[in-house]
Design a protein around this ligand. Structure first.
Ligand code: GLN
Length: 474
């Protein structure tokens, strides 16, 4: 298909082979034809044409001139509503732009709209969005598969070529798992590489912005633009951002890849183990040395995450009380009652579950037993990775324990849904970068993803290894 990569589109825009209007019209038409996917929860052609006019009348040398993007609805946008997929933020119009999305606007990109996501980014199937489920565009005829979550709208929009790239956020896997389900590339950078300012908070010590694209080159281009220090985020890292795109190098010879034995699980489908093996073999053919490694505390990662993330969420979500933003219940005769009714009508089931768990694990008497313990486990998991990186340069695992599943599945069992994150959560707890790249297919022809992890701030290495695997796919 023509016009499905940023590199190609930029080349055509910059050599005047296509105008910004023409390029964006292609994507606007594709979005209109694919409304059934529910990838976008805000889309307004007039808004897009205003943005285009602004870019056309500027003389600036933009790096993403006219490039159409989708923005996860967790990023505050000044000229578009922002709901976090929740009823409680229905019709909320932020008065400022998130740092990351501002950086993309500053480089001349065009925001086609806001991408659907799980409510407050809590979920793995984009089924907890108040605005309905997104459908995975790779669903075989007659079926409707989930796009993964929570950044399911972003991943689906890229996979269906409704945009050239998209932002996402990843707290426990929300970029990598949907990338794997939809067959696109998704990167979660090191915690602190991209500013969290203006991103609706879920679990602040884990939340990280990242991007989706159709290939590694485009991912590298977008990542460079969103990364960088911001003094409005106290956890933002102040360091030089490499030119990931120019530094791309698929020569992996001499590198050591770690294969963690704890990720070999008995009930993982055979096709996933198979592509994992094929990816290892492919790297070996490229001169990479394979090393079996151990990350001994892996099995505690998921339970620790499902204590820490809800604890932080329960605190972050306390601000939605009907007074300051969005939805307010009409009922209620006192202030307390108004708070209570707003929150019980405004939040969905999964969000309420997390607020309850979070409040419980932080409450007096349980704090030491749950929250403190989970924090200690988090440190052990982080130490596991530090030790492993003494033995290998990067780590290779499957991204998710299954391919995309049908809409409706796992919904009545939260634990089954949480198990989607089993391979992605450890890296989130350790704050290290992770990328998912499409590699191989399931027995039924569905896309599968391979996850590459590296040391803090070594995004270049996972991009390079990803490039190698992209070129040497099975
Ligand atoms: N699926 C995980 C959760 O529900 C991760 C979500 C995310 O990374 N935002 O918490």
């Amino acid at each position: 298909m023509e016009f499905n990569t940023i590199t190609e589109s930029l080349e055509k825009i910059n050599s005047n082979k296509i105008s910004i209007v023409e390029l964006n019209d292609i994507f606007i038409n594709r979005i209109k034809k694919n409304k059934n996917l529910n990838a976008f929860i805000y889309f307004d052609e007039e808004n897009i044409s205003q943005q285009i006019k602004k870019i056309q009348s500027s003389k600036k040398n933009f790096k993403l001139k006219g490039i159409p993007l989708a923005i996860k609805d967790l990023f505050c946008t000044k000229n578009m509503p922002t709901t976090a997929g929740s009823k409680i933020l229905q019709n909320f119009q932020p008065s400022y732009e998130s740092h990351v999305s501002q950086k993309l606007l500053d480089q001349g990109s065009i925001f086609l709209g806001k991408a659907n996501c799980d409510e407050f980014a809590m979920g793995s199937a984009t089924n907890t969005s108040y605005y309905g489920n997104t459908i995975n565009p790779i669903s075989p005829r007659g079926s409707q598969l989930v796009p993964g979550g929570s950044s399911g709208g972003s991943a689906a929009a890229v996979a269906a070529n409704l945009c050239l790239g998209a932002t996402g956020t990843d707290t426990g896997g929300s970029i990598r798992q949907p990338a794997s389900f939809c067959g696109v590339v998704g990167i979660k950078p090191t915690y602190g590489l991209c500013s969290r300012w203006g991103i609706i908070a879920f679990a602040s010590s884990l939340d990280q912005a990242g991007v989706f694209a159709n290939n590694i080159a485009d991912t590298a281009i977008l990542l460079r633009e969103i990364a960088g220090y911001d003094n409005k985020d106290s956890t933002s890292a102040n360091r030089e951002i490499p030119n990931y795109f120019e530094n791309l190098n698929q020569d992996m010879s001499g590198k050591v890849v770690g294969v963690p034995k704890e990720y070999i699980l008995p009930d993982i489908p055979e096709d996933i183990s198979k592509i994992w093996e094929q990816a290892i073999k492919s790297l070996e053919r490229g001169g990479v040395k394979v090393k079996n490694i151990s990350l001994p505390h892996t099995k505690y990662a998921l339970p620790a995450y499902y204590i820490i993330a809800p604890a932080e969420a329960s605190s972050n979500l306390a601000r939605y009380d009907g007074v300051r933003y969005g939805f307010r219940s009409e009922e209620g005769t006192s202030l307390d009652e108004m708070y209570e009714l707003t929150r019980s009508e405004g939040f969905g089931k999964e969000v309420k579950r997390r607020v309850l768990i979070g409040t419980y694990v932080l409450s007096a008497g349980y704090y030491e037993a749950y929250y403190m313990k989970a924090q200690k486990v988090r440190r052990l998991i982080s130490n596991d990775f530090n030790e492993a990186f003494n033995e290998c340069d990067f780590i290779l695992t499957p991204t998710a324990p299954s391919p995309a599943f049908p809409i409706g599945e796992k919904e009545d069992d939260p634990i089954k849904m949480y198990l989607n994150d089993i391979f992605t959560v450890p890296a989130s707890l350790a704050g290290i970068p992770g990328i998912s790249i499409p590699f191989g297919k399931s027995q039924n022809g569905l896309p599968l993803g391979i996850q590459l992890l590296s040391k803090h701030f070594d995004e270049q290495l996972v991009l390079n290894a990803g490039l190698y695997l992209e070129k040497n796919n099975v």
